[in-house]
Write a protein that binds this ligand. Structure first.
Ligand code: CA
Length: 724
């Protein structure tokens, strides 16, 4: 007890700022409304959004009614009051500081002058969209320790609206309906087995009186599915599992039963169900009105390595696929699988965008997707047939996609069955969740893309770590390849140099780039495009930029001092156009990729809105340097350090290697064996999202990690010319 108190005492001091929001997720909820707001009733006249309004969303210039603006998810607004001629007059209209520096990924909804937005820890707020005045806040009071099940920070990508209610999925797996007028909870339902490592970060979608929601957690050991709930009552209407369960358990009595038995089951081998199989639906769901079908993007397998998941055999349907389902019943219509037998973490959960494109003189109703595997796909929505697929970033795992079969022709050793292989894209993908946009005026798709190679090696010693990262892959040094030559240091440097980010303006008909902006750092923000010949995009180093949509010329830039990853939105209030975006670095790169330029603790996130002649100012930014590394002078045994290194990379690095969460090589706890054990084993910081690792680590192993972290801190101190 005394030990735990010590931890909290330290936490309440300087360390709190470095803890990425720490226990702040239990901050004020919807119960603490301003008096004027509590008097309001849950009037359905507020946010009265029905099927007709959602159907007309693309032409509704004032509003942004669903995650990707309209069902087609083009993230294009015809608004042109702000345009390439007057963009230099764009200024900050208002900014609201958020309660944490954890990642912010949401695209706000704007409905009749009110903005509804989710923030880290699946909180929701409503604001006056013209002034930024906060109307209400809602805190779902998540199970804090579920943060350890979130692969890529406690982010949330947005809310949905239907008939006076706002819907949010929570990091601990619930779907919650709120009265749009007051933020009062109308209903909530648990959509996952909370004992399992499921989380939710995606924006729900409202379709025909139902709320569609999936979940995340493939790496940690879950079975993916997508569910539809009655928007009024929260009752489950249907569920579609994306991968088969244990055949011994029989059918699930779900919408997926027939498709799994007939199509999917024959493509699986071994005992995949022990780790759930993966296939989570964690981001993209699109309602395709033209064919009355729901298009669902399905994620990677669990574990990544096909040899462990399915004895190296079979396509493993419906992993890495797009599924078309009947929105009323969940019944299967068709599927397209981009990466059969995925073994690289090649998800197809990336944004799905619908458009009418003229291809070979014929108008086609297509879907477009730039999934992780590096190919840009144009698919006929009527039947799921592939029209074209070309690489939008450099990739080396496939010679091409065969248009007859729709299947990739893989390159030799792409599956690392014959020794380690550097593969591009690596598991982070050529494109992640950051939304792309399509501008029908330019005919271009604006993709926040990246190249991040990864060296995959079959892990001979893989053991299942249920609830932690399961890849079955050893991430190793780059072998000699045509791209990488010389000694290991030279090859590492060459591999690092391959890491780049790109804003790509892609012509989906010609299947080639029209122009590209190269960025030094891979992770870059979601895009918005407008009728004013503009694209808006954030960068991880704080800039919010506008470019000409036709030629990519940089026209305007605003420094926010926060990495901006989220998709921007635009809307109009009383005839005035605004552009809004969330600032707050996070996601997998914010968690797990050290960026030497981030020498300062990230400040709390911001919700910002811009308009012509806006003259608001940001809250003062005072950079807070990260704490100096302060290793203890204890000596540790080689065996301890070896164990510590292994366990550090198995359990710690995935969340503690980037700028968002506390740097373990700077934490003062490394000096204090008691405090360390209280946190790592006893779960003293569980409410802040640092779960107990008692189920995974012995106290000796925890102590070995502390030993290794001290050596990391000594190295860091040396590099920074510090105390050592
Ligand atoms: Ca994944």
């Amino acid at each position: 007890m005394g030990r735990i108190r010590t931890v909290f005492f330290i936490l309440s001091g300087a360390v709190l700022a470095a803890c990425g929001g720490g226990s702040e997720h239990t901050a004020p909820g919807a119960t603490e409304l301003p008096a004027a707001e509590t008097a309001k009733t849950d009037s359905p006249a507020v946010a009265a959004v029905d099927a007709a309004r959602l159907s007309n969303a693309a032409a509704d210039l004032d509003n942004w009614l669903s995650y990707g603006r309209s069902y087609a998810e083009q993230r294009y607004s015809p608004l042109d009051q702000i345009n390439d001629e007057n963009i230099d007059e764009l200024g900050l209209a208002w900014a609201v500081e958020l309660d944490t520096n954890r990642g912010q990924e949401a695209t706000p909804l704007i409905i009749d002058g009110v903005m509804y937005v989710s923030t880290a820890w699946s909180k929701v707020m409503a604001l006056n969209a013209a002034s930024g005045e906060v109307l209400w806040r809602f805190d779902p009071e998540n199970i804090g320790a579920k943060a350890a099940h979130a692969c890529c920070d406690v982010v949330n990508r947005g809310v949905a609206v239907w008939n006076g209610k706002i819907y949010v999925g929570t990091i601990d797996g619930r779907l919650i309906a709120l009265a749009a007028a007051t933020g009062r909870k109308v209903w909530e339902t648990i959509t996952v087995d909370q004992e399992k490592p499921y989380t939710i970060t995606m924006a729900p979608r409202a379709v025909k009186g139902k709320i569609i929601i999936g979940n995340s957690g493939a790496e940690l050991g879950v079975r993916g599915y997508v569910s539809a709930y009655d928007a009024e009552t929260g009752d489950l209407v249907w569920r579609f599992y994306t991968v088969p369960g244990d055949p011994a358990d029989g059918p699930d009595d779900a919408a997926s039963d027939e498709a799994l038995a007939e199509l999917a089951l024959p493509t699986w081998h071994g005992e995949w169900w022990t780790l759930g199989g993966g296939g989570t639906v964690w981001d993209s769901v699109v309602y395709d009105e033209a064919f009355d079908q729901l298009l669902v993007g399905v994620g990677n397998g669990a574990p990544w390595n096909h040899r462990y998941r399915s004895e190296g055999k079979g396509d493993n349907l419906f992993l890495s696929s797009i599924l078309a389902l009947n929105p009323d019943t969940g019944a299967y219509k068709w599927h397209y699988q981009a990466s059969p037998g995925d073994t690289w973490d090649y998800t197809n959960t990336q944004q799905i965008t619908l458009a009418d494109l003229e291809i070979d003189g014929e108008m086609r109703k297509v879907l477009m997707q730039a999934p992780k595997n590096g190919f840009f796909y144009v698919i006929d929505r009527e039947n799921g047939k592939l029209i074209s697929a070309e690489p939008y970033v450099y990739q080396n795992w496939a010679e091409r996609i065969d248009l007859e079969t729709g299947r990739p022709v893989e390159t030799p050793n792409a599956r690392y069955t014959d020794g380690p292989q550097m593969v591009l894209p690596g598991g982070i993908g050529g494109h992640a969740w950051q939304p792309m946009s399509y501008n029908p005026d330019t005919g271009l798709v604006y993709i926040p893309a990246m190249t991040v190679p990864l060296v995959y090696e079959h892990n001979e010693n893989y053991e299942v770590h249920y609830g932690r990262w399961n890849t079955g892959v050893t991430f190793t040094d780059p072998p000699e390849t045509p791209e990488l030559r010389g000694d290991v240091d030279a090859r590492r440097a060459q591999m690092r140099a391959l890491q780049k980010g790109y804003l790509i303006a892609w012509d989906p008909v010609a299947q080639e780039p029209r122009w590209t902006v190269e960025r030094e750092w891979p992770w870059n923000g979601g895009t918005l495009t407008t009728g004013g010949n503009l694209i808006f995009q954030g960068t991880p180093h704080g800039a919010f930029e506008a470019r000409a949509a036709d030629n990519g010329k940089l026209l305007w830039s605003f420094q926010s001092h926060r990495g901006i990853m989220a998709g921007p939105a635009t809307y109009r209030v009383e005839g005035e156009q605004y552009v809004a975006v969330m600032g707050g670095y996070g996601g997998s790169m914010g968690m797990a990729t050290p960026d030497e330029r981030n020498r300062y603790t990230p400040p709390n996130g911001l919700l910002m809105a811009f308009k012509l002649d806006g003259d608001a100012t940001l809250p003062t930014y005072e950079p807070v340097p990260r704490p100096d590394p302060a290793p203890s002078d204890e000596t540790f045994s080689d065996a301890q350090l070896q164990t510590g290194q292994d366990k550090y990379f198995t359990y710690c690095a995935i969340c503690h290697n980037g700028p968002t969460n506390p740097d373990l090589d700077r934490t003062p706890y490394m000096q204090d064996a008691g405090a360390w054990e209280a946190i790592v084993i006893d779960g003293a910081l569980e409410d802040s999202g640092m779960a107990s690792f008692r189920d995974y680590l012995s106290t000796d192993e925890s102590e070995a990690i502390r030993a290794y972290v001290n050596t990391l801190a000594r190295d860091l101190a040396e590099r920074e010319g510090g105390a050592q």
